[in-house]
Design a protein around this ligand. Structure first.
Ligand code: ADP
Length: 307
């Protein structure tokens, strides 16, 4: 095989109570990429459509992640990468992660899979480090593993796939405003109280148990964030109203996707997820901010080959 075309999904990181550790992959939104094996050593980004992003491999997360893989590989040649971006950079649904994870997944396929999915997460994290300064895995892990994932530990890296109930649907609204990832990190407190910690890990445990037992009420009760959301939501205009509209329309839970500004809701069934999207839209129509809405099932496959 000399070339491969792939779909690399958008992802929701954090998922309310799971700050920096939980994530899930989406079906309805993602980038496509074509990766070609070539004799010349290194990585060349030959074309990017859909968005203005650097072609220089050292400035593009796909290049940096691909080079991290090549450094660990015995392969002497190189790869050319074409990226068609559908996920807007800075939207909070894993735009950089889709490119970084997509590049290493495709290269691994073209090399006949010398690396494990966990190793691919490590390479893709180098791309994330370029995008945000932090080598985080909460978006690249669900892109590579599919479904819900838990980053249990970074040292050593330990990623756990979590069972995904079939009727779970995500609604995402992306208000067209800029929230700098650096700002949304800066405003976070570095200490939490034991009281808040207890509430938060109670909810993480509850969410995982609810996903495994497909107990939608338990999932809903657990989708609560006592630590990050109260602070970060101040950067997203209309957040409280969007959340309140989503919950009134039947969502199980609603929170900030990644570091925002996108807001996600999880619902039981597509119909509810669509009604939730309608209700979320009303808020931004009212305050005159443009938006995009996506409704998607959870993508249990992760990155995949397409014709
Ligand atoms: P998101 O929150 O949607 O993942 P990030 O803020 O993490 O978006 O990443 C976007 C940043 O990464 C931007 O500064 C962008 O220029 C940079 N970047 C570099 N290469 C890519 C790429 N291939 N796709 C998306 N963003 C990229």
């Amino acid at each position: 095989m000399a070339a491969i075309k792939i779909f690399s999904p958008a992802t929701i990181a954090n998922i309310s109570c799971g700050f920096d550790v939980l994530g899930l992959a989406l079906d309805a939104v993602g980038d496509t990429m074509t990766i070609t094996k070539v004799a010349d050593k290194g990585i060349r980004i030959t074309k990017i459509t859909g968005q203005d992003l650097p072609l220089d491999a050292l400035k593009n997360v796909a290049g940096v992640a691909g080079l991290a893989l090549l450094d660990a590989s015995e392969y002497e040649g190189g790869f050319e990468i074409e990226i068609n971006k559908n996920i807007k950079a800075g939207s909070g649904i894993g735009s950089s992660a889709a490119s970084a994870a997509g590049a290493v997944w495709a290269i691994n396929e073209l090399l006949d899979r010398p690396f494990t999915p966990l190793q691919l997460v490590e390479f893709a994290m180098q791309g994330e480090k370029l995008a945000s300064g932090v080598a985080h895995a909460d978006n690249v892990a669900p892109a590579l593993f599919g479904g819900f994932t838990l980053v249990r530990s970074y040292e050593p890296l330990d990623v756990v796939s979590i069972h995904t109930p079939k009727a779970l649907f995500a609604t995402i609204i992306h208000p067209q405003i800029e929230v700098k990832t650096s700002d949304s990190r800066k405003i976070l407190k570095t200490n939490i109280t034991l009281k808040d910690g207890i509430k938060q890990w109670g909810n993480v445990g509850g969410l995982i148990a609810g996903l495994y037992t497909e107990d939608y009420d338990l999932i809903g009760r657990s989708l609560v964030d006592h630590i990050v959301e109260p602070i970060r939501s101040m950067l997203i205009p209309g957040f409280d109203q969007v959340k309140s509209n989503a919950m009134q329309s039947g969502a199980l839970g609603c929170g900030i996707s990644g570091s925002g500004p996108s807001i996600f809701a999880l619902s039981r069934g597509r119909k509810t997820a669509e009604q939730v999207g309608q209700a979320m839209k009303e808020v931004y129509k009212g305050i005159g901010i443009d938006y995009e809405v996506h409704v998607s099932s959870v993508n249990i496959e992760g990155i995949k080959r397409i014709p």
